[in-house]
Design a protein around this ligand. Sequence first.
Ligand SMILES: [Zn+2]
Length: 730
Amino acid sequence: MNPNNIKSLDTISKIEICHCEAFFAEVPLFESRTERNLKNGTILFFHYIKISCLPVRQASSSRRPSTSLRTASTPSRSDNDCVFFKPFLVNFIFIATIVGLHIAFGQTRSNFEFEKNAFVERHAKVQSLASNWFDVTYYKLDLNIASQPNYLTGKVTVAGTCRQNNSQLLTLDLSNTMRVDLVLVNGASNVFVQRSSSFEITLAQPYQSGEVLSVTIFYQGTPASSGLGSFTFNTHNGVPWIYSLSEPYGASDWWPCKNSPSDKADSADIIITCDSIYKVGSQGKLVSVINNGSGKSTMHWKERYPIASYLISIALTNYVQFSNWFKYSPTDSMEVLNYVLPEHLSAAQQSLPKVIDMLSIFSDAFGLYPFINEKYGHSEFTGGGMEHQTMTSLGTFNEDVVAHELAHQWFGDMITCRTWSDLWLNEGFAEYSTGIYRERKYGTASYWDYMNPILQGAASAAGIVGLPDTTSAQKLFNFSLIYAKGASVLHMLRHVLGDSVFFQAIRSYANDPQLKYSTAVTNDFQKICESVSGRNLDYFFQEWIYGENTPTYQYSWSWNDAGDSSLLSIHLKQPAGRANPVFFTMPLDFRIKTAENDTTVTLFNNALMQTFTIPFRMKPISVQLDPDNWVLKKVISGEDILPTEYRLEQNYPNPFNSGTKILYLIPKRENVTLTIYDLLGRNIAALVNARQDAGMYEVQWTTQNVSSGVYFYRLTAGDVQIQKKMIVIR
Ligand SMILES: [Zn+2]
């Protein structure tokens, strides 16, 4: 976007009469431009404007031709669609939260069979205690899993590289519910001490940076499930049904590892021995199934893409299987392998083949499916869905859930949140991607049917998206904050950047060589968005990812009838008193309805109170704030927000060094001046000299060649004069 695209306000007034739906222009006006406009008195605080003209169409909500405030129309709801989440559906409290969400969303839960009793939450946070100096490169899980009684006997090899000289104490994560019998390091037995959630190995000699070591742990026990149900012994129709869901802290409940998303292994092997009547779903490719005799078989899954420990899973029972094929080039296809309960085969065969269209749509949007050399698949378990790498665990065949989990293969599995505080990079992206799938497969209306309830859920989110409470799985997987608000952030970013730049940024993020098959934090995504768009987006990420809550807007408008010189003033206010952020900076759409057409202008709101004045020849019937619901917000109704008195506020900051802002209010159209004087009464700067409509105005004074000391600023509006003092410190 080039600030020089549109040079004068005349151009904008011509845009107003354009009826072309596709027409669109953008005018960013920066700080210097604002000051110039102040001087010639034509327009105030008009930093940025985008105008598009739409044909007249029936309004969906009543619009009153007055200057009073209106309430945003209630987003439409879909009574039968289900938005799903990963699920995490675990203990009673969490289920209660989800029930509440569904009620709030006006949705039914009929498609979901949440298993409340399968999981037992242990509320303690189990953060990784594993040694940072040990950089994991490979995991091999060789597990014998029995169900009569429930028992796991394991031999796990963890290979890695030393990243710090003189390292001799190696700590790995494992719950002491599992008993360690023997530890071998590079083949030799080693001393170890087991603690509650970890074990420490004293190495035979210090390791130096760059040296590699391979640790093999022999252990056994009955895993105790924690978090979202890390390891579950269940049954269906009386048949044992055993599965894992390790995110976020549960991997070390059932196997020794580095229990952190930040350190991915380059590859993994998962080898499971169990009763021969079972199939085991896991990561990568199934390379062998060996019948051991005595009713036991060993299945070997080989994952050759980088993988985080929480994305390694097993799911086993007497599954039946069927496959669909994703034909991603004229000559190549990839298998989508489904392991489902025999009693659910028919339902699965009806629903799951939709994943083929999803693979095409996401591959078009984000780049080819990231594990194309292996497979994608689903293993049935209970409890929503979990995006285990290349083999999602699925507790429902709901289309939105299937799309959500598939999207995670790009956002979550290929690019993994480096810390749990960045979880929205997984969940917000997957949740929003489902909207992209809906839009591309079923059209725009389906996108909005999906997004409107999410926006509504996000509006109630408490807390900070970029710093959620990570102390327990339940707090971390807060739907309204991490999923709904995370998705809403992307929805808003799309409108801020425009469609083509937004999708280019998402694609660049997904294909960034530093991030692909690795990990990311929010700042990585922000930098890519800024690089692709050429814009500074710090305000956006600070307020939406690191700020709290959502903006509340009050607005009114007035129109000055002066023929071709007619002006429309829009007065906008965010209630004072919030802390983080003090106010939201956002481009906001206003739809101006006249007897002939609708015109949408986008105004860049970057002050607590702001009046925008734009040339507008036709008499408006109504002005609607963010009519299409692109911004997470509340619009409150109330009396007219135009000032009823003359006011000159104390400048801020004060004292100041290089610049300060001055806010004033005038209750009617007046000739206005705002002038700076020094102690001797000399005129230092004329900030405003214009005829202005009633409204709230904020002026920036950037001091240059002004020495330290006391200065006065004086507002003159008609017969009224108000003066205040300010201090410059050099
Ligand atoms: Zn998810």
